[in-house]
Design a protein around this ligand. Structure first.
Ligand code: ADP
Ligand code: MG
Length: 239
């Protein structure tokens, strides 16, 4: 087995004027290539902070973050930007699509960072939208799509760079469970059929049932880790 992510003694302290907020207080975590990991914890437990560090959106106060052999903990802004661009697909709670671009154009925008041939970009955008089940929505603007469809466009966009590692922050947080299930199905397929490693953080403990492992975060620390011998199909997750 290959360890794709190794988090070692990671601390993150935010300075708020005079006050220090200890968001992460010594996290140790290893994630195997091909694993579907769900991190659950109540609001404020440090989930987003941890995911942002893994995604190179921020740097830890202390500790190391080895991702696919790179230690990104001490990277400067320029190297973090390259890491974000090349290595990870990020999926957010609020989709973060560009409202003035169509579904296809949102995906093309991301593809243009990695492919210069315009024809290939358009073909590939359609292929990615087909893959997430949005073959009939290429020309819709985000406002013309349901929440679940918007999130699937966001997943297609995250796949543009063909990342081994997908990071998702409350990807169903804004969806009812039927729409959420479809998003989770796409993520489960990306994991099970394509072998992509997924780290999904959520306050919703039900989603842990589809994970290979569930890491419980409390107050900036790993409280305990659960192994699921038989992860559930996305369709059986309800909340
Ligand atoms: P979660 O995603 O589990 O709700 P967060 O990682 O967002 O938790 O936050 C963990 C703690 O860090 C919270 O107490 C939060 O208020 C604090 N925090 C998060 N981001 C910042 C920030 N940019 N500046 C200051 N404090 C922050
Ligand atoms: Mg959060």
């Amino acid at each position: 087995m290959e360890t794709l992510v190794q988090v070692q003694h990671v601390f993150k302290t935010y300075q708020m004027g005079e006050v220090q907020v200890h968001a992460l207080r010594g996290i140790d975590l290893a994630v195997q290539a091909g694993e579907f990991l769900v991190v659950v914890g109540p609001s404020g437990s440090g989930k987003t902070t941890l995911l942002n560090l893994l995604g190179g959106l921020d740097s830890p106060t202390d500790g190391s973050l080895l991702i696919a052999g790179e230690d990104i903990a001490d990277y400067d802004e320029r190297r973090l930007t390259a890491y974000r661009r090349d290595k990870v697909g990020f999926i957010f709670q609020f989709f973060n699509l560009i409202p003035t671009l169509t579904a296809s154009e949102n995906v093309e925008f991301a593809l243009e960072l990695v492919e210069s041939n315009g024809h290939k970009v358009r073909q590939e955008a359609k292929a990615l939208l087909d893959q997430v089940g949005l073959g009939s929505r290429y020309d819709h603007f985000p406002s013309q799509l349901s929440g679940g469809e918007q999130q699937r466009v966001a997943i297609a966009r995250a796949l543009a760079k063909s990342p081994r590692l997908l990071l998702a922050d409350e990807p169903t947080g804004n969806l009812d469970f039927r729409m959420g299930q479809k998003v989770l199905r796409v993520m489960q397929d990306l994991n099970q059929k394509e072998g992509r490693t997924v780290i999904l953080v959520t306050h919703n403990t039900a989603i842990g049932q589809m994970a290979d492992r569930v890491v419980h975060l409390h107050d900036g620390l790993v409280a305990h880790v659960e192994v699921n011998e038989t992860p559930l199909p996305a369709e059986q997750i309800e909340w």
